[in-house]
Design a protein around this ligand. Structure first.
Ligand code: TRP
Length: 456
């Protein structure tokens, strides 16, 4: 097999960090985190989530970026090269393949939700959604969900935008996009939080997010918090491995990883602080689930001054956040194809993007034509799960933790200590802490959570 390693490199440390923060900050932060926190009772979920990020997420992110930086290729080829270098079985490359599979699956449903957010921008601008009448907003959302054609079109537009950026490459595509979108995202979010603090019930939102009620913690809540942590910081799939492969040698990974994790958690919390004050001020339900930002929030915005404007901005924010993430899901696939002579980036972006769009039909139909298809209904937990729910569950709660576990084990047990020690550039005490978390704490925590969910 012909493999070439000449990928473009990031222009600077800053663009790498913006791209990686762009990857991690996405629908996971502004759509999923608030509703997961909402249905899981707020503070307790937030606390476990933060613990998962620090104890499991951060050491794995450091491991994943290091593997990429060492291998300098797409996940399957990076894992194969590194395993060869350490004299291990080439079976390790299956970690990379699992990642490619997960990238296809995640992007296929991610783009459907990204499409909803796109659809909401014109709806807000036209004023259709600016009403305090719950029936109107619910109908508007349900009409979108009930129409496979509309959903397909918006999902298609979202994929086209993603393909466009990735096809242009690292410098002209991904870096350019994050240079514009990330600062914009930051200012919009800040404006929304300030607005929520003035127009909403900030105090209630604060205590909802930060006062923990431990009676709400169940094994399910822990597994969801863990899955959400993996999903939110983009680990376990190889997206970060791919971004790590484009790193110049002199970038220190631990510091970059800490910045990524910190920024991602801040955005999730700030998104909560932008949404819940408005929700509480209108006496709405924080536990409304996936519809939280699509039904509850428009109602909430209509109930406060300048709501139309800020509501539009909120959905622009979601679209920006989603695109800087979706490009990182397509990039590992394209990067792999690029390593084979003759496959041009633009062509592979279009072909992979089209296949992912097709796979997305499963998610689109889950909300209408196949709403009653419950493949795993024999299991109580999945009794009402649609194909969309199953893809979300399998990827976030199984594939990502599994991939992350394999990566952290490879980096901490199999790669030589000299390699990681020099590459990470940490003080001896910090290096030992990473090694301890990576070798023992993260894998054991993952095993316990898995075992609990299977047998508990
Ligand atoms: N982290 C993104 C979000 O929060 C989604 C995402 C992008 C992702 N790349 C990933 C999730 C890689 C898992 C793996 O929306």
């Amino acid at each position: 097999m012909q493999v070439s390693t000449s990928h473009e490199k990031w222009s600077s440390r800053l663009t790498f960090i913006m791209a990686a923060v762009g990857s991690s900050v996405g629908l996971g932060n502004v759509w999923k985190f608030p509703y997961e926190a909402g249905v899981s009772g707020g503070g307790a979920f937030v606390l476990i989530y933060i613990a998962c990020i620090l104890v499991v997420g951060l050491p794995i992110l450091i491991a994943e970026l290091t593997l990429g930086k060492q291998g300098q290729m797409s996940p399957p080829n990076t894992m194969r090269t590194l395993a060869q270098r350490e004299g291990r079985s080439s079976l390790w490359q299956s970690v990379g393949w699992l990642g490619v599979l997960a990238a296809f699956m995640i992007l296929s449903f991610y783009s459907v939700i990204g499409g909803w957010a796109l659809a909401y921008v014109p709806k807000f601008i036209s004023g259709d959604l600016i009403t305090t009448n719950p029936d109107v907003v619910t109908t508007e959302f349900n009409t979108l969900l009930a129409s496979p054609v509309q959903m397909l079109a918006w999902h298609g537009l979202f994929m086209v935008l993603t393909i466009f950026v990735v096809a242009r490459g690292i410098h002209a595509g991904i870096e350019k996009a994050v240079d514009i979108l990330m600062p914009a995202l930051f200012f919009i979010l800040l404006a929304l939080v300030i607005y929520a603090a003035i127009a909403g019930d900030f105090g209630r939102a604060w205590s909802f997010l930060f006062a923990a009620d431990f009676s709400k913690i169940t094994p399910d809540v822990v597994l969801n918090a863990l899955g959400q942590a993996f999903f939110s910081i983009s680990v376990g799939l190889g997206a970060m491995m791919t971004y790590g492969a484009y790193l110049p040698k002199d970038v220190k990974i631990p510091r970059a990883a800490t910045i990524i994790v910190f920024a991602d958690t801040m955005v999730a919390l700030l998104a909560g602080l932008a949404i819940f004050p408005i929700v509480f001020a209108n006496g709405l339900d924080p536990a409304s689930g996936p519809g939280l930002v699509f039904v509850t929030l428009p109602l909430a915005f209509a109930g406060v001054p300048l709501g139309g404007f800020f509501g539009t901005m909120f959905f622009v924010l979601i679209v920006f956040a989603a695109i800087t993430s979706s490009i990182s899901l397509l990039e590992p696939v394209v990067s792999w194809a690029e390593e084979h002579k003759g496959v041009k980036r633009s062509l592979s972006a279009i072909v992979a993007g089209f296949l992912i769009w097709l796979l997305g039909l499963l998610s689109v139909f889950s909300f209408n034509l196949w709403g009653d298809v419950h493949l795993l209904e024999m299991f109580e937990r999945f009794e009402t799960a649609t194909l969309f729910d199953l893809m979300d569950f399998t990827t976030s709660n199984i594939f990502l933790p599994l991939g992350g576990m394999a990566m952290v084990i490879f980096a901490s047990w199999i790669m030589s200590r000299e390699t990681t020690e020099t590459d990470l550039g940490l003080s001896p005490a910090l290096y030992k802490s990473w090694l301890f978390l990576a070798r023992f704490v993260a894998p054991i925590a993952l095993l316990m959570i898995f075992a609990y969910n299977i047998f508990g």
